[in-house]
Design a protein around this ligand. Structure first.
Ligand code: GUN
Ligand code: ZN
Length: 428
């Protein structure tokens, strides 16, 4: 099937901080899709003649690649906006009790359904997702993602030091991870990530086993948390006195590779950043979560000095918004708090091709280049009276920045998966 969409189109395939040529913008563009894949893209005036026989649908707004959430917890959907604590107390008081409920597959199914619909409503078409320690929580998420044909990556959480009702063992963690990899690898658009919760939730034996599992499966990723909160960092240093720093704990267990994605990385010494850069591992930056839990602000300048691979995550439910558009605006504010600035095109890149590259799916999604899967959304710069007023005489950079600072789910007019409309705000 061939489809053609006429719209203003914007994508950023590489970090525009280092490569300004990476910004691709067609003020009046044509996007041609064949069987869910981008077949051609360019100025309408140049391309339309070649596809004269294909009916053209005009889209009402700015088309950008679907957002890619590089770090989010679906079981925490119902604990967003839990008041009062920083990371370790927040986990004990609000999160662990909620995650225990995912022993029930029907509960996991219901939350996964709401969660994926909410991603699509916010323009997020791909994500790297934490489930819980329960294998059935992975099945629930993958079944729901397969049903929607979303490109999604997840993997059972390993946490043999977790609280009662939320812990596995080294043996059960391995056995269930291997069974899930066998069951879900190469199914639809799904991918697997070995997911030790964080250094404090696993024994040395489980961390070592996660490293072995990662080495045995070259097609899977590794996903965990790193240096998010000062008390957490203190407890890690106390438990692992022989490690040079928090990253080195993971490194000693074979968990620092170019397939490793670490959420946060707020409190990192230069040594750890150097090692991250050298290994090709990357960081999912989660500004909404970092502000909400009082964790700190990501140091973009330090990351740039070390050439770190970066993406953007909401980290629901420490994050307070499903909107990666709004999260781009918060990333700007977090950068400001550290005395640096974040260009709006770079922020959009972080939420699209940056995250996609981090998740090793950048060849499939993230920049709407010919050959890529046609996951995209339509942004509406007139979504609210304030946005309409602020953008009425604005150039592209100003419009994009206003959308990032003032916009959220209200500004997502439509979301497309493989060229098929999966969310239409105006046809609820
Ligand atoms: N560190 C370990 N577990 C978690 C979690 O669920 N959320 C966040 N933000 N950090 C963590
Ligand atoms: Zn997290």
């Amino acid at each position: 099937m061939i489809q053609a969409f006429r719209a203003e189109i914007l994508s950023i395939s590489r970090d525009p901080g280092t490569d300004p040529e990476a910004v691709r913008h067609e003020p009046d563009g044509l996007l041609v899709i064949e069987d869910g894949v981008v077949a051609a893209r360019g100025p309408y005036a140049e391309l339309s003649g070649r596809y004269a026989q294909v009916p053209v649908e005009t889209l009402p707004g700015l088309v950008v690649p679907g957002f890619v959430d590089a770090h989010v917890h679906y079981p925490q959907t119902d604990r967003i906006a839990a008041h009062g604590e920083q990371l370790l107390d927040w986990l004990e008081r609000h999160i662990f009790p909620a995650e225990k409920a995912f022993v029930d597959k029907a509960h996991a199914d219901a939350v996964a359904t709401f969660f994926l619909d909410e991603l699509l409503r916010n323009g997020t078409t791909s994500a790297l997702v934490y489930p819980t320690v329960h294998a059935q929580s992975v099945d629930a998420l993958f079944e729901a993602a397969l049903h929607r044909d979303m490109r999604l990556i997840s993997g059972k959480v390993l946490m043999d030091l977790g609280p009662d009702g939320l812990k596995d063992t080294v043996a059960s963690g391995r056995e269930q991870s291997e069974a899930l990899i066998r069951r879900w690898r190469s199914v639809g658009r799904l991918g697997y990530a070995i997911t030790p919760r964080f250094a404090l939730a696993s024994s040395d034996a489980q961390l070592a086993d996660a490293g072995v599992l990662l080495a045995e499966h070259p097609d899977v990723l590794m996903h965990t948390h790193l240096a998010e909160n000062l008390r957490e960092c203190g407890e890690v240093a106390a438990r692992f006195p022989e490690a040079a720093d928090y990253l080195d704990v993971y490194d000693r267990f074979g968990l620092v590779t170019n397939r490793s994605i670490f959420a946060h990385g707020i409190h990192l010494p230069d040594r750890a950043c150097g090692r991250l850069g050298q290994s090709g591992a990357g960081i999912a930056v989660c500004p909404s979560s970092n502000l909400f839990l009082g964790s700190g602000c990501f140091d973009f300048a330090q990351a740039e000095r070390h050439g770190l691979r970066l993406g953007l995550g909401t980290d629901i439910g420490a994050g307070t918004t499903f909107s990666l558009l709004h999260t781009q605006g918060l990333a700007y504010q977090a950068a400001q708090a550290k005395g640096t600035t974040l260009d709006p095109f770079r922020a959009l890149w972080l939420a699209t091709a940056g995250s996609a590259d981090l998740l090793h799916i950048g060849d499939r999604v993230g920049s709407l280049e010919p050959g890529q899967e046609a996951d995209f959304l339509v942004l509406d710069p007139q979504a609210t009276p304030l946005l309409a007023r602020r953008t009425r005489h604005a150039d592209l950079a100003e419009r994009l920045f206003a959308l990032q600072v003032l916009g959220d789910d209200r500004a997502v007019a439509r979301t497309y998966l493989l060229g098929r409309c999966a969310w239409n705000r105006d046809m609820k």
